[in-house]
Design a protein around this ligand. Sequence first.
Ligand code: ADP
Ligand code: TYD
Length: 209
Amino acid sequence: MTTGLFLSFEGIDGSGKSTQARMLADRLRAEGRDVILTREPGGSPGAEEIRALVLQGDPDRWSPETELLLFTAARRDHLERTIRPALAAGKVVICDRFADSTRMYQGRQGLRATVDQLHDLMIGTEPHLTILIDMDPVAALGRAKARATVEERFEDFGLDLQQQMRADFLALSREFSARIRVIDGNRAPETVADDVYATAIRQLDHAHG
Ligand code: ADP
Ligand code: TYD
């Protein structure tokens, strides 16, 4: 049976996830591996449409529960149309954010149990390996703010909340210690990328003997 490898990147906004996901994809492709680089929310045509609904507009546009359903609907479509077919074809799937982001962002304020139930019911898939880019929130916020986009429903968290998210992500890495590896993002991109690559290669060697 061919099964590919499913890797996700997680971390607070501006921690360098997209940069590192891209660098890892480039490096693995240069080795001749078949790599799909994708992201959430999004990653399939339907999920990209849902992305605009959840990331643009008034911060009060959705109730917490409706927002959770939209992120989960996007993930289900992404899984059906993009991730599962690629894994079935033996590819490496690199995903910029996945279900851990929902545990962190929608699971706040007492909704974590609901997030987990919905995940079990509708997603039921975890990455083989998740790389958590850990990053000083002050620097991360500066990086995130430097980007001007229309996707700003979540960008006005402020420093206190970013600080809390960082702590919550680190707690999650202990909860899922077999799957989540923490890498210090507060270094030059190439240095971070070397650690990311070494971690991914260990997982690939493990998966394919
Ligand atoms: P994320 O996807 O986690 O929000 P990005 O990869 O988009 O983060 O990076 C946010 C910004 O910070 C981008 O402008 C990117 O070029 C820059 N950046 C990424 N990694 C580093 C790094 N290690 N050092 C300095 N700047 C970085
Ligand atoms: P993303 O485009 O990855 O933002 P960034 O590059 O700034 O990290 O994600 C946009 C926002 O969506 C981000 O603030 C986190 C949020 N998000 C959730 O709240 N729940 C989710 O399940 C996902 C995947 C993202």
